[in-house]
Design a protein around this ligand. Structure first.
Ligand code: ADP
Length: 727
């Protein structure tokens, strides 16, 4: 309509020539647009036209439509065949009705010159049907060209215009849709046909089988009495074999409750011979007296009313043996349907063992629950892949969590002490990664700010599909931890008391040790004064004596400092300790005492001794204790030298060992262990705690302290602790 309007305008002669040309151009444009819209409508209608056609029909419609709408010279389609068969080729050529012949020819020609993939062809090619060239547009049918391809060609030099390209694309897409739908329909039809065919075949087979069956039935009916008798005998033999070999007791009873069959398993279980029980009332044989009436009433009710309370069910009840003992059984009763009054078969199984196992299981479960409760332990399982966690009821109170809240790793993390959070994260990360077992301790910080110490162990297992699952236990060890801390405190307090006691024994020697430098200081100070008072004053001499005064002052200071470390109450520390140096200090402190006791000291210290990690003062306390004990043990010895060897050495197993070998009264071999018991002492003023404290100190250094009698006089006390700088 619009085009007509513009054409009318152009026809008016009075319009200026420029404007007229413009209007003519517009009118042409509008005509083209209208044609384009018409063509588009035609192409959009394609699927409807093709809706229930076969692929060749669809392609035919498509080719006709394109040739007509777009004024093409050639349009060619090659459809791939799903079953691997030859592709279908179709073509339409302007001015020629012999499309099929052309199709093959066009396809061959194109492919011969241009290769198999139309997408690679140049856009201007040799016309396969006439001289000259032809412009082509190749298009894929289906997203990847899985349905085939379409090639449109025209000799016009302006082919394809933009609108034509769009139309060709739309047409190709719609054709692909229609083709796919057609394939789907034919697939469905094929499946339906196949099903119909199978049903027909199966029906025929069934009919044949039915005929055969009818024939056999007729033959059997005609069969002789001889056959029946034989069959009966066979069936009886089979029944007898089943009865004899059955593991369960099989007992049959008639409608009056009398036993009619009693298999060997029943004989073994109930303790009766078959012959004894046949014909007797079953209730009197197998049912405890208290339940007999009940049984008889049940049978009578069934016979009168058909009320089957027990038939076909598994029952658990108590049975009785020939010797009167009662035992649990599982029972299933079935009714034997024959002509005449009913009879019943009972399958009876002795479940004494099972009951016992169940009871054991119940008890061990109860024990376990109790043990978990008492030891404040809870168990858990954790499926790593899905992060599913199952907790035993004991765990919720430990974490102070709502027992109904589903447990997740994130929920657990909210309770973990912030300082231990990284440890816990590492545990779970390592578990997820490696699947190994774990054994860790960490703390909780609970909402009321209280702290709990937990110990967690878990074992990782994998199921058949390789999925990792941990089964583990978490124990609240807060109480134990507190007790251990209290024990450590009590021990270190005891060690301090023991040290003070030893110092008491050293009092005289310490006084001497301090007195000596003090006396030196006094003498030097007096001399110094005198030298300064002389005329002229002896300044050089005074300077020298003042220096000596300072030296003696330092010596006294050293002794006091050494002593102070022994009395200070401080918690144990771990540091690298040179055991030789520590031993030398102890010797220095007790030297006067040893001299007065007439002890000849022979130190054999290994100068290559590696350091040990430990508490220096505590180790010195042990050395001092052994030293004083040795001096005590030799105090009454007169017939041989009171020699004491102190030896340090490194051992083959990377330990450092200190040995104190005296020549004292010695120890009886049966007393060797008693010496280390607290409060064991043979001395009149002894407290008997020195050795027990020394042993606990050495053990806390992961070492060992022991005593052996010497071959000759005296005893040897030794301790060894691991060398190295880590405790
Ligand atoms: P105390 O010295 O107060 O008796 P200890 O625990 O140090 O307490 O020693 C316990 C006992 O071990 C001593 O009373 C003594 O009988 C015995 N004993 C310790 N060292 C020696 C030693 N070198 N030779 C013989 N006996 C010893």
């Amino acid at each position: 309509m619009l085009a007509g309007y513009f054409r009318a305008l152009c026809d008016k002669p009075r319009l200026p020539s420029g404007m007229q040309a413009q209007l003519e151009h517009l009118s042409e444009e509008i005509t083209r647009l209208q044609r384009y819209i018409n063509n588009l409508e035609g192409i959009l209608a394609l699927p409807a036209l093709c809706s229930d056609g076969q692929p060749p029909q669809i392609v035919g419609t498509l080719l006709d439509a394109l040739l007509d709408f777009l004024s093409l010279d050639i349009v060619y389609v090659r459809l791939k065949n799903q079953d691997g068969a030859e592709p279908v080729e179709m073509a339409r050529v302007m001015r020629s009705p012999e499309s099929t012949t052309h199709a093959k020819l066009i396809g061959q020609e194109f492919r011969f010159w241009l290769g198999h993939d139309p997408q690679q062809w140049p856009r201007l090619v040799r016309n396969p049907l006439e001289d000259g060239n032809i412009a082509i547009v190749p298009l894929r049918l289906g997203l990847q060209g899985e349905l085939g391809e379409l090639v449109a060609g025209a000799q016009r030099p302006d082919f394809p215009r933009q609108a034509e390209s769009v139309l060709l694309n739309v047409a190709a897409q719609h054709a692909a849709l229609a083709l796919q739908q057609a394939r789907l329909l034919s697939e469905q039809k094929r499946a339906a046909d196949e099903l119909d065919q199978r049903i027909a075949q199966r029906t025929a087979e069934l009919a044949a089988a039915n005929e055969e069956f009818k024939k056999q039935l007729a033959e059997r009916r005609e069969g002789t009495a001889h056959h029946e008798e034989k069959d009966l005998k066979r069936s009886e033999a089979r029944n007898a074999a089943i009865l004899d070999s059955a593991l369960d007791c099989i007992v049959t009873m008639d409608h009056e409750g009398r036993v009619t069959e009693f298999n060997p398993a029943a004989e073994r279980t109930f303790g009766y011979r078959r012959q004894e029980v046949l014909g007797r009332a079953l209730a009197d044989i197998m049912i405890p007296p208290s339940l007999r009436e009940h049984h008889k009433r049940g049978l009578a009710r069934y016979l009168a009313t058909g009320d089957e309370r027990v038939l076909g069910k598994r029952l658990e009840l108590t049975a009785t043996r020939a010797d009167g003992t009662e035992f649990p059984v599982e029972l299933a009763i079935t009714r034997i349907s024959l002509d005449g009054p009913p009879s019943f078969t009972g399958y009876v199984r002795d479940i004494t063992e099972r009951k016992r196992s169940e009871e054991d299981l119940r008890r061990s479960k109860a024990f376990l629950a109790q043990a978990l409760h008492i030891s404040s332990t809870g168990s858990f399982s954790w499926r790593v892949a899905t992060n599913e966690m199952t907790w035993s009821e004991h765990l919720h109170p430990i974490f102070e969590l709502d027992p109904h809240a589903p447990v997740t790793l994130d929920l657990i993390r909210t309770r973990v002490h912030p300082e231990d959070l990284s440890v816990v994260n590492d545990i779970f990360d390592a578990a997820t990664r490696d699947g190994g077992d774990f054994d860790y301790s960490f703390r909780l910080l609970l909402p009321g700010r209280s702290i709990k110490y937990l110990h967690m162990i878990a074992h990782g297992t994998r199921d058949e599909a390789g999925r990792l699952e941990y089964i583990g236990a978490i124990q609240d060890v807060t109480e134990r931890r507190r007790a251990e801390e209290a024990l450590v405190n009590a021990r270190s307090e005891l060690a301090r008391v023991a040290r003070i006691t030893s110092m008491g024994a050293l009092a005289a020697s310490i006084a001497h040790e301090v007195n000596q430098p003090l006396a030196g200081i006094l003498t030097n100070a007096n001399t110094c004064l005198r030298m300064l008072a002389a005329d002229p004053p002896n300044v050089d001499g005074a300077r020298e004596t003042a220096r000596r005064t300072i030296r003696d002052g330092n010596r006294a200071c050293d002794v006091i400092t050494r002593l102070r470390t022994f009395f200070v109450k401080k918690s144990s520390t771990t540091e690298p300790v040179d055991l030789n140096e520590a031993t030398r200090e102890v010797i220095a402190l007790s030297l006067s005492q040893l001299q007065r006791s007439g002890v000849v000291l022979r130190p054999e210290l290994d100068e290559e001794l590696p350091p040990v990690a430990g508490d220096r003062v505590q180790l010195q306390q042990v050395v001092l204790n052994l030293l004083l004990n040795a001096a005590d043990a030799m105090s009454d010895i007169e017939d041989h030298p009171r020699q004491l060897v102190i030896r340090t050495e490194r051992t083959e197993d990377n330990h450092v060992r200190l040995t104190m070998q005296d020549a004292g009264v010695g120890i009886a071999s049966q007393d060797v262990e008693r010496l280390f018991e607290p409060f064991f002492s043979t001395k009149s003023g002894g407290m008997g705690i020195g050795l027990s404290v020394s042993r606990s100190i050495i053990e806390s250094h992961r070492g060992r302290l022991w005593a052996v009698p010497n071959d000759g006089p005296g005893a040897t006390f030794s301790f060894s602790i691991p060398s190295g700088l880590s405790a």
